[in-house]
Structures are given as structure tokens and as C-alpha cells.
Design a protein. Structure first.
Length: 216
């Protein structure tokens, strides 16, 4: 069995030059410390809000909901924390799990409007591990990996053995490299959506097809 570090290095090597396609899908990995993520959001709080919105939703739905929140003047932590749950829910039309999203948005708004200790408050917030890690990585530049179902699907098909500690293995293998953590998350998200689909995957077009265990 090949070590996970070797597999991840091979995946990252295969993704060299993939940034162009990422930009076409509205992902903008740049310098390691840049807070920019999907759709060009750069404000850490807006990143946190869209991270909550996109869970179990498509990016297009999350973007429309974010635009509606901004239109209603709910684009700051203080404004969102003050808003009623009914007002926020009304802004999230078209988003699945709206009532749960409202509660999570409230928690995020309270975390961001609480002064110091933001990282600790986000890390403790009961908003789901993948969402927390997305906020920590992209909004706060903390070296964690948002281990999603999409990432598991792509990496396991490629040949990685992903047990209970897979997330921590990936973080150790990438050695806290913010750029590679962001690049890997963005790339696996796009690949899972466009190529490595749950059924009828488009293997011949996938940038990871050359080394994928599914094809060997």
C-alpha cells in the first residue's frame, strides 16, 4: 500500500496548472495568506456566511442567498446578529434546510461580532465540522483541511485509504501549507462536481485520470 503522503503529492502534482479551470468555476486560490475563496469573496465574514449557506446546497443557491442578505443590509456580523430569524429565513428562499441555516448564521454572526478570540469561537461553534474548517482555512488562514464527502469520493477512487483519521493525515501530509490546503480543497470540490460524479463519472476528462486507481 502506498503511503498517503505519496498519494497526496501525486494528486497535487497532477493538479499543477489546474488553477485556470478553477477560475472558470469561480475559485481563486492565490497567495497562501489571501482570504479569497469561491466567487471572489474576500471579506472573512462573507466567506463564513457562504460556507454556511453552501452546505447541502449548490453554489449558485448560496450566492443568490448571499446577494439577498447583502441587499437587505445583513452583510455585517452585527446586522445579522440583530436580525430576527424570520427576516433571515425570508432572505434564504431557495436554500435547503433554511431553519438550520438561520441558526448557524446566527452563531457565526455572534462569533464574528464578539471581539477577540475569533478562532476559538469559530472552532467551538456547533455548525458542522466541514463548515467550521472551511471558515478556519479560508477566512482565518488556519492550516486545517475541510474534509468533505466530495474529497473522500475523489481521493478514495484515486487510491487513498481513508480511515477515521483521514483528515488529520491529510493535514500532516501537507505540513500546514496554506496554499496547498486551499488548492486541494478547491480542486477536489470542482473535480467531484464536474468529473468524479457519484454515478456516471466523466473519467476520461478528469485531470486525475492518469494515476487514478479506478482506471488501472
Amino acid at each position: 500500500m502506498r503511503p498517503q503522503r505519496e498519494i497526496l503529492a501525486e494528486v497535487l502534482e497532477a493538479l499543477r496548472g489546474f488553477e485556470g479551470e478553477l477560475r472558470r468555476h469561480k475559485w481563486f486560490p492565490s497567495t497562501p495568506e489571501s482570504p479569497e475563496w469561491w466567487a471572489g469573496y474576500r471579506d472573512p465574514f462573507h466567506i463564513a456566511v457562504t460556507a454556511v449557506l453552501v452546505r447541502m446546497n449548490r453554489w449558485e443557491q448560496a450566492e443568490r442567498a448571499m446577494e439577498e442578505l447583502l441587499r437587505r443590509g445583513l452583510g455585517s456580523p452585527e446586522a445579522l446578529a440583530r436580525a430576527s430569524e424570520e427576516e433571515i429565513e425570508e432572505a434564504l428562499r431557495g436554500v435547503t434546510l433554511r431553519k438550520l441555516k438561520v441558526k448557524h448564521l446566527k452563531l457565526v454572526a455572534e462569533a464574528f461580532s464578539g471581539g477577540g478570540g475569533l478562532e476559538e469561537r469559530v472552532a467551538r461553534a456547533p455548525i458542522g465540522r466541514e463548515t467550521r474548517d472551511s471558515i478556519l482555512l479560508f477566512a482565518l488562514n488556519k492550516p486545517v483541511f475541510p474534509f468533505s464527502r466530495q474529497a473522500r469520493r475523489v481521493l478514495s477512487r484515486y487510491g487513498a485509504k481513508l480511515g477515521r483519521g483521514a483528515k488529520e493525515e491529510i493535514e500532516r501530509a501537507l505540513g500546514g501549507d496554506l496554499y496547498r490546503l486551499k488548492l486541494l480543497h478547491a480542486s477536489l470540490t470542482v473535480i467531484a462536481r464536474e468529473y468524479c460524479k457519484p454515478s456516471k463519472p466523466r473519467c476520461g476528462l478528469c485531470p486525475l485520470s492518469r494515476g487514478c486507481a479506478r482506471l488501472t
